[in-house]
Design a protein around this ligand. Structure first.
Ligand code: ATP
Length: 232
């Protein structure tokens, strides 16, 4: 579904991603793990058209999307749950959801808000409250549901566990797994290697802008670099 070939991304003279090649198949759950500053966000931003790669090729369902505008990628069926959630704190929970469906008609948006909130009862219970009053975990649920408003074929998630207590991290990952079971293809990046590896079918290890490991869930767990650097 997604293929990234020889991707290089720079910030000025600084190389943030070097020679990245990887793929995500339809219906797969793929994780990229890496420490602070490894380039995880840059990777998702490069795919999502928020940062311009210097070179390389990205295809989504066999269509070349390198350097496509973000809104076009949403139309092509790919959405991103950004790092830090980025909900609109002074808008209601429901209005945040509706904003995620900006490409839809009003009637479709209302229908989709009902649909995407179904796995997240808390969003229905608190639909009229300001989103900023939700807990971190609830805001993460809202950000995920908002990204689901356009029924993406491929959902990208940037650090879904960031700033959450271990219990909430578990709950958020359970919800992501539920969306995956319902048929959404997932690519996520996270520092929380344990959760990200447990969740995925396959994964990659990113270090200082380079992929240094890859494999199935089991293979990753047995990789020396993962054991030494991430799983203690
Ligand atoms: P974190 O988990 O801390 O968000 P990350 O793995 O997502 O880290 P990135 O945010 O992609 O890492 O950053 C990769 C590298 O690029 C880092 O060295 C970072 O300082 C640098 N970088 C990121 N954004 C910019 C920017 N806008 N301008 C210059 N350098 C940047």
């Amino acid at each position: 579904m997604l293929k990234v070939q020889d991707l290089h991304t720079y910030y000025g003279q600084v190389c943030a991603l070097e020679n990245m090649s990887f793929y995500v198949k339809e219906r797969e759950a793929v994780s990229v793990i890496g420490a602070n500053g490894a380039g995880k966000s840059t990777l998702l931003k490069s795919i999502m058209g928020e940062v311009r790669p210097k070179s390389g090729k990205i295809t989504l369902s066999d269509k070349v999307i390198t350097n496509s505008r973000t809104f076009r990628l949403v139309h092509h069926g790919m959405t991103l749950v950004p790092e830090g959630r980025q909900v609109f704190p002074y808008l209601s929970v429901w209005d945040n959801l509706l904003l995620g469906g900006y490409t839809l008609s009003h009637k479709e948006r209302l229908k989709m808000a009902e649909e995407v909130s179904e796995p997240f009862p808390i969003l229905r219970e608190r639909k009229n409250q300001m989103a900023g009053l939700l807990s971190g975990g609830e805001q993460q649920m809202l950000a995920i549901a908002r990204a689901m408003m356009v029924s993406p074929k491929l959902l990208l998630l940037d650090e879904p566990s960031m700033g959450l207590s271990p219990r909430l991290v578990y709950e958020v990952y359970e919800k992501i797994a539920e969306l995956h079971q319902r048929g959404t293809t997932i690519l996520l990046v996270d520092q929380n290697a344990e959760m990200a590896i447990d969740f995925c079918d396959r994964g990659y290890v990113l270090m200082a802008g380079r992929l240094v490991g890859e494999g199935t869930k089991q293979e990753l767990k047995e990789t020396e670099i993962v054991q030494k650097s991430y799983l203690g």
